[in-house]
Design a binder for this molecule. Structure first.
Ligand code: CDP
Ligand code: MG
Length: 605
């Protein structure tokens, strides 16, 4: 039975997330823990989980390059190896022929980067010593590491450089990154001409550009690594990855293939085997009965009624934590949102609503330029108390020290993505907390997580606080006014043209200002949000009408007058019906169709 009780009291008693204001009243429900299913067991015959005694210190790894060892001691200052490093380093470092391929699964934040970069650096170092004619002199990389995101590519490159910082320059492999969003011409010069490159870290799109242009640059490649392998092999990247593979295979034979991730499902193993061959080692440091996310991260869920109600509990929790932070409690949080647009919107609102705390609230999404992305991530890293408002561009791999909380607003793109997002905290043995805010309609996602053995220490129902809701609405209105000021008529016109072209000639009508007072390009917003909802929520969970209702509630909440329906022309109405599978009735519930009889026009209550 749900009982009404302040979240503060609940959380104190659990010494878990502590949520603030008297405004936040939550009813706690019991947590169903019985419906666990074994986390996907793979059918690979090569799974390795031996019980032999493993070396703990780096200096116990036979034949580990002394310069790498010194770099670790002096520069990285790691005392001991993590489990994944203990399992993989001894045999990969010993493998002089580089004939051992491996698929490795280990939890987030457990040192996978070092686990694959040490063998790669050592192998490349040895090749360079043996074969003067290879490598940097002719600017052709020997090893390639592929990462799904730019931030991760840069991070891998930086970590790898630290691992060989003590090597004499004449022996030190040259490590560089190629990523999208930066000038190609300058990058090409820097990476392939000035000094060359021995180990190349790349994002798939940019790598393909270079492969199209001059595949022979890659003819010396011997080692290939996929970091976040399951992401690279899933639908979003699989076409690019398979083209990369084909193009590389035309110019060289890869001797060693390494794939790493925190999540490796059955489907991935099948696809991975095509590249790994049959004789690869499959190493997992999580046992099949383990929880696939870091055990030191307690996770809780907060339910709200509607999809558009997610924001209020977030503000409430952030304020509470920031109040505590002002008395010395650590608080560094990532707030994950579903789209770049949501990041813009939430960032604006949080920036205003958290102004009194005087801490950086930093946006991060693919809508920013690459230089802004890099700058923002650096700022987040260097600010002890701060909030990163982010899309999934930093969901995987990104290692920021001392993140104390990860908030997820709405369901993630999948259960694996949920795990990776939570994995931004609780890294390298530190503690952390994960908080998921879901609407009741997203309960299905919560059930899926529980079926994957992800345990939630607490489950709450958020009860809205009218004062806070009003405050948020006022700030949302400011945002609209700001946009209105920013968007000059010509800019608006361009936006419409762009969108109309996208919609294959359908004209998108902006509501007349008197009727729909705040111009936020309603139809455009509806269609783009609808696309998002549909991509993550299967039809059986939410009808088109449910989704539309929620989107429209959100638009009302954005400050537009919720009592006035936006006007659309017939053509737009047709687009809505066809594209979103809506009926006439559905459309009329939310819009006024221009040219329809006057009495159909909605009148304020
Ligand atoms: O890739 P994964 O999520 O497993 O973790 P990572 O990005 O490699 O980060 C692991 C964190 O642990 C980094 O901050 C490392 O500096 C640190 N660490 C490590 O990698 N190895 C150790 N033996 C000790 C600490
Ligand atoms: Mg990683």
């Amino acid at each position: 039975m749900a009982s009404s009780i302040t979240l503060r009291a609940i959380l104190r008693s659990r010494s878990s997330v502590v949520i603030p204001s008297k405004s936040l009243f939550l009813a706690r429900e019991s947590i169903a823990r019985s419906c666990f299913r074994r986390y996907a067991a793979t059918n690979s015959s090569a799974a390795v989980r031996t019980e032999e005694k493993l070396p703990v210190r780096f200096d116990a790894v036979p034949n580990l390059n002394n310069y790498i060892l010194q770099s670790i001691n002096r520069n990285l200052k790691f005392k001991e190896m993590t489990e994944v490093q203990q399992r993989i380093l001894p045999f990969l470092v010993a493998d002089k022929t580089k004939g051992t391929s491996a698929l490795v699964q280990a939890k987030t934040g457990t040192g996978k980067t070092v686990a694959f970069m040490i063998p790669v650096i050592q192998a490349v170092h040895d090749i360079l010593l043996e074969h003067d004619e290879l490598g940097r002199r002719i600017h052709k990389p020997l090893a390639l590491v592929i990462s799904p995101t730019r931030e991760l590519a840069y991070q891998i490159k930086d970590e790898a450089k630290k691992l060989c910082s003590v090597m004499p320059p004449s022996e030190r492999p040259i490590i560089k990154a190629i990523v999208g969003g930066v000038s190609r011409r300058m990058e090409e010069q820097k990476v392939f001409s000035q000094g060359g490159v021995d180990i190349l870290v790349a994002t798939p799109g940019r790598l393909l550009d270079y492969l199209h242009e001059d595949p022979r640059r890659f003819k010396n490649l011997q080692i290939k690594v996929y970091d976040e392998a399951d992401r690279l092999l899933d639908q979003g990247f699989s076409r690019e990855i398979s083209e990369i593979r084909t193009r590389i295979e035309r110019v060289t034979n890869i001797k060693q293939m390494l794939m790493f991730s925190a999540t490796v499902g059955d489907g991935v193993v099948d696809i991975a085997e095509q590249e790994l061959g049959k004789n690869y080692k499959f190493i997992r440091t999580t046992s099949e009965d383990d929880i696939p996310t870091h055990l030191s991260v307690p996770q809780s869920v907060i339910f709200v009624d509607k999809l558009s109600d997610h924001f209020e509990p977030l503000v409430s929790m952030l304020r509470k934590h920031l109040t505590e932070a002002s008395t010395g409690q650590a608080f560094k949080a990532v707030v994950f949102l579903r789209t770049g647009k949501e990041v813009d919107h939430y960032h604006f609102l949080l920036h205003q609503l958290l102004r009194d705390y005087d801490i950086p609230v930093i946006p991060m999404s693919a809508r920013l330029s690459q230089s802004a992305r890099s700058k923002n991530l650096e700022k987040f890293k260097s600010s002890p108390t701060s909030i990163l408002v982010a899309s999934d561009v930093v969901a995987r791999g990104v290692d920021v020290k001392n993140v104390t909380h990860v908030f997820q607003v709405g369901r993630a793109m999948g259960t694996d993505q949920y795990i990776h997002r939570v994995g931004r905290t609780g890294r390298a043995g530190k503690s952390g907390q994960g908080i998921l805010i879901l609407s009741k309609k997203e309960n299905h996602f919560y059930e899926s997580l529980k079926r994957m053995q992800i345990t939630f220490s607490d489950e709450y129902q958020y009860i809205s606080d009218p004062a806070l809701a009003t405050e948020i609405c006022q700030v949302a209105k400011k945002e609209l006014e700001w946009w209105q000021k920013q968007r000059r008529e010509d800019e608006l016109h361009k936006l419409e043209e762009k969108y109309a072209a996208h919609m294959r000639g359908h004209k998108i009508v902006r509501a007349p200002s008197g009727i729909f007072s705040k111009d936020i390009d309603v139809v455009r917003t509806v269609i783009s949000q609808f696309g998002f909802y549909r991509s993550v929520i299967p039809k059986r969970e939410l009808s088109s009408r449910d989704i539309l209702r929620d989107i429209m509630a959100g638009i009302g909440y954005l400050g537009s007058d919720p009592d006035v329906k936006p006007a659309i022309d017939r053509q737009t109405s047709m687009v809505l019906k066809n594209k979103l599978s809506l009926t006439d009735k559905d459309v009329r519930e939310f819009f006024v169709e221009d040219g329809t009889s006057r009495k159909e026009k909605w009148t304020p209550k």
